[in-house]
Design a protein. Structure first.
Length: 232
């Protein structure tokens, strides 16, 4: 049986996005570039086409996330919105105690956030300068779906704080959301259990998603050789 090919217009209709959005996902120069999506594009002369079965596989890989991106684009103002959220939960959440950590710089690419840097930023506590230093070198931010779920659960019983957290983590389109799937599960099994579940899940999801590095203050992850992690 021959493979069914879908045109750019048909793909946009199937995914319920504009043709411009699909083109942005395929363009390496776009801030909304999705390498895993671009890799399944085919070229027939001047036309871009997709194999329907490969699109279905791509969609299925994104299932299982408690929250998905809904195929929305990252905001062009993601950096400004992230910076504006500094201290959003000052005096509401307790800042984590960060001891002496190995210093590992971040240079460029898509940056994932572990839970400790996120709490540090939102409480505007010590080490906030490390967070913004890394963020300013990135060309996009990623957060793992399990961490979004964990964070929203903290505020579930407080409607005001819950809505603020949901807006920051999801609705403002600051972050790309890295889902849980079999690839991220496999990566998590390769990590030291001493790192703790939240950090393990964050690293595994973001690494499987294609993030360049995870900003973390986790001593175990920072001390483990071969991991794509940074602390500033």
């Amino acid at each position: 049986m021959s493979e069914k090919l879908l045109t750019l217009t048909e793909i946009a209709e199937k995914l319920r996005v504009s043709k411009h959005t699909v083109q942005a996902w395929m363009s390496p120069s776009s801030p909304n570039h999705k390498p895993e999506f671009a890799n399944i594009a085919r070229h027939a002369g001047r036309k871009t086409v997709f194999i329907e079965e490969e699109i279905e596989t791509w969609l299925n890989q994104r299932k299982g996330a408690i929250f998905s991106q809904g195929f929305s684009e990252t905001s062009a103002y993601w950096r400004e919105r992230f910076i504006a959220a500094r201290g959003l939960f000052r005096n509401v959440i307790k800042a984590p105690e960060i001891g002496k950590i190995p210093r590992k710089n971040f240079n460029n690419g898509k940056l994932g956030l572990d839970y400790e840097p996120l709490l540090v930023w939102l409480s505007d506590s010590a080490n906030s300068s490390d967070v913004i230093s890394a963020v300013n070198k990135s060309n996009g931010l990623i957060i793992a779906v399990p961490l979004v779920w964990w964070f929203l659960r903290k505020f579930w019983r407080n409607k005001k704080h819950y809505n603020l957290a949901k807006k920051f983590l999801i609705e403002d389109n600051i972050f790309e959301l890295a889902p849980m799937n079999e690839n991220s599960l496999q990566r998590s099994l390769e990590l030291p259990i001493q790192a703790g579940e939240l950090s393990v899940q964050s690293y595994a999801c973001i690494n499987a998603y294609g993030g360049s590095s995870l900003l973390t203050f986790n001593q175990t992850l920072l001390s483990t050789k071969g991991l794509s992690v940074c602390s500033m």
